[in-house]
Every structure is written in structure tokens, then in C-alpha cells.
Write a protein that binds this ligand. Structure first.
Ligand code: UDX
Length: 466
């Protein structure tokens, strides 16, 4: 099939590339000329595991194209995906100007080119309930006929950054929101190769489809937030959230996934979508109480680690060197949008701390936000030199089994605040670390660290520390 993808952000690029990989001919459009130039040179603007191979192969084989001209993309395309930004406005509602603006351009083009055939306009972006209807009305306002010349479909994405390519290629479900049998048939054909293992394609009305996306993200954000609150209570009553997580996760009604307590959710979707759903409910006269609490609790949780550090040093942070491991909002991405690490960094900077940071992928994006206010270490161990504490904000795998001996040699104080529960609290104490994590007990560090434990974690000569 011939497809156009308007918007080459994270969702657009993954969508376009994966459709090309299934043999479709795809043209991606973006108004950002520099981005398109880069993409045409063979450079991907984002880091996403697995994307590069597909991108290179499909470009080479001539199935994946990039242009700044919407007009170039329209004539051939049977299905046009809108993967455009919907940033939250002041009041939390999603700003639809990009989506509606592009819809208007497409409608005008179709009127000027009556010879062009039937086209499907697909909303891939997360958009408020009712947006498909608004897009359809734009086309109708130009005299175009739904079901004959065009149809508008809601087709939300459920892509997790870091595993987006896998999520796209093997979706657990595909949601197609349309009441047009013609559009439903074409969309089903397009997605069939992706669900050959038997996962369902659900066809439903547009509003239910739009709502499904918000409900999924809001539910997941609530699930995490609930666990964060459980963790906070665990700390107070002397329970261990790891045990509680295992204990409840085995109940299939609850499920094992998405139960990890930490420093709050971030990213480009959850905060924005939770706010937008709360706002939509309000517009319709309904107060969505749980979501308000989710947002409040998440704000508090994102400040938690910074407050803990502040309290530990009794407010004396001025000029104090602290190391931060992890800047991305989660592992396997370079994305720092709404990252808890940035909330923590901002707080610590306000109190005058001297921060040395490291992240395997998100250094450039963090530098773009904080500039010279931070020191950017070339490696995870270098970040520790002379630091009086290490603060862990992202669960990158390389942080999970570090060389603890080397860490001890480099840190000015064996003190760790772990926002992702990467290590075993008791073992850390046995290795002489003062270790604080989320929702788990704190053990006083042993005065004489266990040399066997430290040596077993050591991958180099601990004395050189290099
Ligand atoms: C999310 C949805 O999962 C995806 O379906 C949707 O379409 C886009 O938004 P993403 O933002 O990439 O994807 O991240 P996700 O893996 O869902 O994590 C969101 C946040 O929750 C991260 O900040 C993560 O660190 C946090 N999280 C996740 C936890 O704190 N604990 C968990 O157990 C899981």
C-alpha cells in the first residue's frame, strides 16, 4: 500500500519505518527542513533500539522517503497518517492546531485535485475524544463526502520508547476507530501482517478508540503511582516494596508488570495524557478525582529523592559535589521530556549543589536544557570522582552490576540514593555503603566492608580506580 506519514517525530518515524519494513511504500513529511535533510542523508534524529536497521534497509530499497512537501506526498497516498504533536496548553487540554491545520491543508488539496481517489486520514497522535469528528467536519466543510472521497480513522499508538519497534511489529492489539466499513477493511488489511500470531485487531467507533488510548495510559500511570504510594508507606511501616510487589503481582487480576516503585513517571505521554483526560472529563462536567491525585502524588514523588538528599546534608548543599547516574526518563531512550532526573537536578541546583552527571544516551539532550550549569562526565565511574553522594535516576542496565570497589575508591563518601531500586539493600550495607532506596529498608553500613563481596563485584584492580 502507499502511505504518507505527516510528522516525523518519534511516533511518525517508527510508524513509517515499520510500515515500510512490511513492504508498503512510505513517504514521511515534516516541516522541519533540517530534520528531513538529516533523514535524507541517512541520519536518524532519535535513538531507538532496532530502528536503524529497518530505516537503512528500507531507504536503500526505495520504500521509505522523506520530504518537506505535503503536496508531494498526497497524490499517491491511499492512507495518510497524522503523527503530529499535541502539546498541552496552559489548562492541560491538548493543543490541536497542528492536527487540524494539516487536515485543512489536505482537504484543500483534495478539493483542488478532484481526480485523486478515496483517501483515509488516520489520527495516530493522542488526541482528545471527538477529534476524529472534528477532522471529518473539516473535510465535509469543503464539500467532500465521507465514505466516498475520504474517511477519518482513529488509530492510537501503544509504543513504549526503547521497545517501540517491537511494539509496532508485534502489537498486543491494534485499535481501529471508524464506523466506515470501507475504511475498516483497508486498515485491517494494512495491519494484518503485524498480528499474524493471532493478536486481535479491534474495530470500534472513533470516540471509543480515542478514549481507549487515554484510558490505557491513565490506568498505567495510576498503577505506578499506586505502587509509589505503597512504597512510601512500606518505608514508614518497615515493609519491603519488592516483596509486596511480588506478593501482589502473582494475582493475575493485578499482573506482574508495571509495578516498580521509583521516582515517579515521566516521558512525553503519561503526564500529558493524564492531564488531558482529567481536563476532558472536566469539560464534560465530571471531576476525575483519581487522576488529580495521580498528578499530585507524581509531582511529590519526583521531588522525593532531592528532598532526601537535602535532608541528609541538613540543607548544606552549597558547593557540594554530587554525582547523578541516569538522565533519560527511563532506560533505553535518550528522551528527557518530563524526566524525573531533571526535576531532581533542578532542585539540587537551586540549593547550590555542584552536579556531575552521566547517562549513556541522554547527555546531549540534557546539555540542551541545563547547558554549563552541570558537569558532564565522560563515563559512569568518572562521574563519581570526589562526589559526596551518588544519585541514581534511570535504570540503565550498565548501572545494575557496577564495580562497587571502583565506586568506593572514587566516591568521597560511600553514599547512594537510588531512585530505581537497582541494588540489594542488605548487600550494600555489607559492602560499607550507606544506601537509600524507595520503599525498602535501610541498613546501617558495616564499618568493615565485606572484602569478598566487594572483590566479587570488582572487574578491575580496585586500587587504580581507573
Ligand atoms: C507510554 C505507554 O507505555 C505507551 O503505551 C504509550 O503509547 C506511550 O506512553 P513510554 O512513555 O515510552 O510509553 O514509557 P513507559 O515504559 O510506559 O514508562 C512511563 C514512565 O513510567 C517512565 O517514567 C517509567 O520510568 C515509569 N515506570 C514504568 C515506573 O516508574 N514503574 C514501572 O513499573 C513502569
Amino acid at each position: 500500500m502507499k502511505l504518507a506519514i505527516v510528522g516525523t517525530g518519534y511516533v511518525g518515524l517508527v510508524t513509517g519505518t515499520c510500515f515500510a519494513e512490511m513492504g508498503n511504500e512510505v513517504i514521511c513529511v515534516d516541516i522541519d527542513a533540517r530534520k528531513i535533510e538529516k533523514l535524507n542523508r541517512g541520519e536518524l534524529p532519535i535513538f531507538e533500539p532496532g530502528l536503524e536497521i529497518y530505516y537503512e534497509r528500507n531507504r536503500r530499497e526505495g520504500r521509505l522517503h522523506f520530504t518537506t512537501s505535503l503536496e508531494d506526498a498526497l497524490p499517491e497516498s491511499e492512507v495518510i497518517f497524522l503523527a503530529l504533536p499535541t502539546p498541552p496548553g496552559e489548562d492541560g487540554s491538548a493543543d490541536l492546531s497542528y492536527v487540524l491545520g494539516v487536515a485543512d491543508q489536505i482537504a484543500r488539496w483534495m478539493v483542488a485535485h478532484p481526480e485523486t481517489g478515496y483517501k483515509i486520514i488516520v489520527n495516530k497522535s493522542t488526541v482528545p475524544v471527538g477529534t476524529a469528528d472534528r477532522v471529518r467536519e473539516i473535510f465535509e466543510s469543503y464539500g467532500l463526502k465521507a465514505g466516498e472521497q475520504f474517511d477519518v480513522v482513529s488509530n492510537p499508538e501503544f509504543l513504549r520508547e526503547g521497545v517501540a519497534v517491537d511494539d509496532f511489529m508485534k502489537p498486543e492489539r491494534v485499535i481501529i476507530g471508524t464506523r466506515s466499513p470501507r475504511a475498516a477493511e483497508i486498515m485491517t488489511q494494512l495491519y494484518e501482517p503485524f498480528v499474524r500470531q493471532g493478536n486481535p485487531i479491534l474495530v470500534m467507533d472513533e470516540r471509543s478508540s480515542e478514549m481507549t488510548k487515554y484510558a490505557a495510559n491513565a490506568f498505567l500511570a495510576t498503577k505506578i503511582t499506586f505502587m509509589n504510594e505503597i512504597a512510601n508507606v512500606c518505608e514508614r511501616v518497615g515493609a519491603n516494596v519488592d516483596e509486596v510487589r511480588r506478593g501482589i503481582g502473582l494475582d493475575s487480576r493485578i499482573g506482574k508488570q508495571f509495578l516498580y516503585a521509583g521516582i515517579g513517571f515521566g516521558g512525553s505521554c503519561f503526564p500529558k495524557d493524564v492531564k488531558a483526560l482529567a481536563r476532558t472529563a472536566e469539560e464534560y462536567g465530571y471531576a476525575f478525582q483519581i487522576l488529580k491525585a495521580v498528578l499530585d502524588v507524581n509531582e511529590r514523588q519526583r521531588r522525593l529523592l532531592a528532598e532526601r538528599v537535602y535532608d541528609y546534608f541538613e540543607g548544606q548543599l552549597e558547593g557540594r559535589r554530587l554525582a547523578v547516574w541516569g538522565l533519560a526518563f527511563k532506560a533505553n531512550t535518550d528522551d528527557v521530556r518530563e524526566a524525573p532526573s531533571h526535576v531532581i537536578i533542578r532542585k539540587l541546583l537551586e540549593h547550590g549543589a555542584d552536579l556531575v552527571v552521566f547517562d549513556p544516551e541522554a547527555m546531549a539532550n540534557t546539555r540542551a536544557v541545563f547547558g554549563d550549569a552541570l558537569t558532564y562526565a565522560p563515563g559512569m565511574y568518572e562521574a563519581l570522582d570526589g562526589a559526596e553522594a551518588l544519585i541514581i535516576c534511570t535504570e540503565w542496565n550498565e548501572f545494575r552490576r557496577p564495580d562497587f570497589q571502583r565506586m568506593r575508591n572514587r566516591l568521597a563518601r560511600p553514599l547512594i540514593f537510588d531512585g530505581r531500586n537497582l541494588y540489594h539493600p542488605k548487600r550494600m550495607a555489607e559492602m560499607g555503603f550507606e544506601y537509600y532506596s524507595i520503599g525498602r529498608p535501610h541498613y546501617p553500613p558495616h564499618a568493615n566492608p565485606d572484602p569478598v563481596l566487594l572483590a566479587s563485584s570488582s572487574t578491575t584492580d580496585g586500587k587504580t580506580g581507573a
